[in-house]
Design a protein around this ligand. Structure first.
Ligand code: PLP
Length: 353
């Protein structure tokens, strides 16, 4: 650190993204990306005209993309705000609503705590139950903003839709942010509730279910008054927040419903194959509604993570006390998952002798 840095910067431990090593070719199952390519229709829509016109600023309102998202969900354009990845959406929402205080589960997406510290939002962590599920009443009447990832990050567990609604309904004087990065892999979505509750902000992304992690596009769907608040933050921070190429990609990706459905379906099916395989090898696997699983093995998470990396497979290990014995595995293609299971079998066999 330099002596010039703000004390808040000095105190912060930034979010640590999953590694992207270049030393060899890995089977990459560590950052919950989609194993399937970006929609060909979306890629084809980026024509020479789009590229030559990068001389112009992008549309600060991202109107075409906003309209496509609104149409996909059956909401109004005034209920949608497009962002540079959903991390930016989270940052804007934290800035708008969490500076008086925010609470979230003790095991969840690590970015919440980082962004809260950066903005000086006092934060409270609420312990999940022993089985990593949440008890809705722990979130009633908190008197501060609430952030919940559903399905939850790191565990993959989805709360019951009725339980999420009860948290929103029991905090009408506070904002509830529902981070839906993995919602497309589950059987529930919070978006329809924005018509019923004026305190709900949903945060969504193209990174996971739409194979566009590298394009950095996210979106908030919320009641229009809340979109106005958050837009104020956006226009004070980064008015041209989504670039022209990513906008075209995302618009065409969200219109390619068929491809989206087929890839999500494949991932959900492969998830079943992965879970069954891991259980067969004696792993304890949390019930996942996401595109990854959190699994516990006898040899400990860190050791297995290292042994897999030595053999060319990247998974994620978190040092946090409650999940340090687990590894998080992204659901890849069937072939990647088959290879992973074979390598795990080899490792377990080696351990025995
Ligand atoms: C991946 C992820 C995000 C961030 O996604 P972006 O790529 O920034 O859109 C947000 N929340 C959770 C829970 C995630 O897992």
């Amino acid at each position: 650190m330099s002596r010039f840095a703000d004390s808040r910067i000095n105190a912060i431990s930034p979010y640590v993204p999953g590694e992207q090593p270049r030393d060899r070719k890995y089977i990459k199952l560590n950052t919950n990306e989609n194993p399937y390519y970006t929609s060909a229709r979306a890629v084809a829509a980026v024509d020479g005209e789009t590229l030559l016109n990068l001389k112009r600023y992008s549309d600060p309102e991202s109107r075409e993309l906003t309209a496509a998202i609104a149409a996909r969900y059956g909401v109004d354009c005034a209920e949608v705000l497009v962002t540079n990845g959903s991390d930016e959406a989270l940052a804007f929402a934290f800035y708008a609503y969490c500076r008086q205080g925010v609470c979230f589960p003790d095991v969840t997406y690590g970015f919440y705590e980082v962004i809260a510290k950066l903005f000086g939002c006092p934060c409270e962590k609420i312990s999940l139950l022993e089985d990593f599920t949440l008890r809705p009443s722990d979130y009633f009447g908190k008197g501060k903003s609430i952030v919940i990832a559903n399905p939850n990050a790191q565990t993959g567990i989805a709360a019951d839709g009725g339980d999420i609604e009860s948290i929103i309904a029991n905090n009408r004087e506070n904002i509830v942010i529902v981070d839906q990065a993995y919602a497309d892999f589950s059987d529930w979505n919070a978006v329809p509730l924005i018509k019923k509750y004026d305190n709900l902000v949903t945060v969504n992304t193209f990174s996971k279910s739409r194979s566009l992690a590298g394009a950095r596009v996210g979106y908030i769907i919320a009641p229009p008054q809340l979109i106005e608040d958050i837009k104020k933050v956006k226009d004070s921070f980064h008015p041209y927040n989504v670039n022209a190429v990513s906008s075209v990609l995302a618009k065409n990706a969200i219109e390619d419903e068929e491809y989206f459905k087929s890839t999500v379906e494949k991932i959900v099916k492969t998830r079943g194959f992965l879970v069954d395989g891991l259980k067969e090898y004696g792993f304890e696997v949390l019930p996942s509604s996401a595109n990854f699983v959190l699994a516990k093995c006898a040899m400990g998470g860190e050791r297995l993570y290292k042994l897999l990396k030595d053999r060319g497979i990247l998974v994620r290990h978190f040092g946090d006390e409650r999940i340090k014995d687990y590894i998080r595995i992204t659901v890849g293609t069937d072939s990647e998952t088959g290879k992973l299971l074979n390598v795990i079998k080899e490792i377990l066999d080696d351990e025995k002798c």
